[in-house]
Design a protein around this ligand. Structure first.
Ligand code: HEM
Length: 503
């Protein structure tokens, strides 16, 4: 008894000493510098605790449904739109406000370039060291990648025809919504966006295969949002494994497709298969025109993995949030229903939607925009300084990590009065001021999938509203939690009320 008490005492004492040392370390090495060695001014802010930095405060703000509070508290405390913090084990300079957004977007590839946290690269890239050139290499890292995304996004725009999305949406509603009294929105929408992405990117529509892939992507996504500890049983380790399986699967698919493409018709000398004009075929053929480098199989697999992930998760979140807002605002729902009914009236029974119909969905798009403002699915992104520069009087050293945040403007009353209110009318007329509303980012790295996302969102909302009214099953209890993507706590369970059919 006496000895175990002694052990507990020693352990507590050591823990105390450890915490005091950490705190001293934090005070002396992390937070005190106000000037750099060359005399430049360091942005104000705290780097928090060693290793964990201010990660807990950031995570807590999201968990409480107000991730913007992390930014606003610091802007207020330091009276500055630029501050330093420490997240994911890195010291980071955060640029807030419309001016900060504009600065980042205008200086892409000049002063800043993309930076991915090592944990994300470990999951998404087969060779995590290959894709991010160091700023010292002198070239703007990611430039080729951005050019490649632009090219494929142009192709995607040609591929994505509204009728095709409409066909997939109709099938989705028939198979998953019809005859249901209650549904949970998030997993169903995920099924819709993932099926769509698999078809447009890979020409895969086999249900079992899509389901298998979807499960693997679920594991990858959970790992991306987890603590990056690579130990057996952790979400992070499972995500690395799942991504490896997807990549292996994709490489097999790439080889099959290459074989099919090399079967040249002796009559027309054209490459087959002509029916698979998806993004995969484009990537395999890229380089044949002499404009770009030929992509290796692993490179294509990495890019497809990223596109499938980025191409279905953000639109899923956006559609789920729109469904939530429509349930909470019957007056907005009625306006959307009126607009969508007008679209139907101008068409023959069963006729598929086309791009003219999309043009008529202005109010519905305003509703989507307002949902994206309140529940931004991509709340910001990292950059790295390509050279030393000064911003708002603060010195940013070459190689520093930077973060731009859409939350600092989307929820700012200066740009959006009564920011917590759901008001689609904000997007009427000229809409928000430049660089204040940036759900798809901006500048050269602006989301290449935004047009595709717009179509899949509007077509989905068209069918949901034309077929049903709905009410939330968890009234008040399902606030949005940002982890880091915004989602209703239990995936938004709803009760469906089909519209009475006219006799
Ligand atoms: C509502 C849906 C979507 C939202 C809110 C969204 C948001 C964003 C944002 C904010 C960025 C910029 C990140 C940065 O500055 O570093 C981005 C980039 C990107 N998005 Fe999206 N996205 C959506 C849908 C899609 C879709 C459907 C695809 C593809 C099919 C896609 C593919 C990409 C890719 C490849 C990039 C990287 C571009 C580059 O690094 O040059 N996104 N997205």
């Amino acid at each position: 008894m006496g000895f175990s008490f002694f052990l507990v005492f020693v352990a507590t004492f050591l823990l105390f000493i450890f915490l005091v040392s950490l705190y001293s370390l934090k005070l002396f090495f992390f937070d005190t510098k106000t000037t750099t060695s060359t005399g430049g001014k360091v942005p104000p802010g705290s780097l928090g605790w060693p290793i964990i930095g201010e990660g807990i405060a950031f995570y807590r703000a999201g968990k409480n449904g107000a991730p913007e509070s992390f930014f606003f508290e610091r802007i207020k405390k330091y009276s500055s739109n630029t501050f330093k913090t420490s997240l994911i084990g890195e010291s980071i300079t955060v640029l807030c406000g419309a001016a900060g957004n504009e600065f980042i977007f205008a200086n892409e590839r000049k002063l800043v370039t993309i930076w991915l946290p090592p944990s994300i690269k470990k999951i998404l890239n087969s060779n995590p060291n290959q894709h991010q050139k160091s700023p010292s290499s002198g070239s703007a890292a990611g430039e080729d990648e951005t050019k490649m995304y632009r090219k494929f996004s142009n192709h995607l725009v040609k591929l994505v025809n509204v009728g095709l999305i409409d066909t997939i949406a109709r099938k989705h509603f028939e198979e998953n919504w019809e005859n249901q009294k209650e549904v949970t929105v998030y997993p169903l929408v995920k099924n819709y966006t993932f099926c769509l992405a698999c078809w447009l990117i890979l020409s895969i529509d086999d249900r079992t295969r899509v389901e298998e892939l979807s499960k693997l992507f679920g594991i990858v996504m959970a790992g991306l949002m987890s603590v990056p500890i690579n130990l057996p049983g952790t979400k992070f380790r499972r995500a690395i494994k799942a991504a490896k399986i997807v990549r292996k699967d994709l490489v097999t698919l790439i080889r099959q497709r290459k074989m099919e493409l090399s079967t040249t018709s002796s009559f027309t000398m054209e490459k087959k298969p002509l029916n698979k004009q998806d993004l995969l075929t484009q990537m395999i053929l890229s380089g044949e025109d002499g404009e770009d480098n030929v992509m290796s199989e692993t490179d294509i697999a990495d890019k497809i993995l990223g596109l499938l992930l980025g191409g279905h998760e953000p639109p899923t979140v956006v559609i789920t949030c729109i469904m939530k807002h429509l349930a909470e605002h019957p007056e907005v729902y009625n306006e959307v229903l009126k607009e969508q009914t007008d679209v139907i009236k101008s068409k023959a029974p069963g006729e598929l939607l086309n791009s003219d119909d999309i043009q008529k969905m202005k109010y519905s798009w305003n509703v989507a925009c307002e949902s994206m403002r309140l529940a931004t699915s991509s709340s910001g992104a990292f950059r790295q300084a390509l050279s030393d520069f000064t911003y708002e009087g603060y010195h940013v050293a070459k190689g520093s990590k930077i973060y731009w945040s859409s939350l600092s403007t989307h929820k700012n009353p200066e740009y959006f009065p009564e920011p917590e209110k759901f008001k689609p009318s904000r997007f009427e007329g000229d809409g928000p001021a430049p660089f204040t509303y940036i759900p798809f980012g901006g500048g050269p790295r602006m989301c290449p999938g935004r047009e595709y996302a717009k179509l899949e969102i509007l077509v989905f909302i068209h069918h949901a509203v034309i077929k049903y009214r709905w009410e939330k099953l968890l009234s008040g209890d399902d606030k949005l939690i940002f982890n880091p993507l915004p989602l209703p706590v239990q995936g938004l369970p709803i009760r469906l009320h089909p519209h009475p059919t006219k006799k």
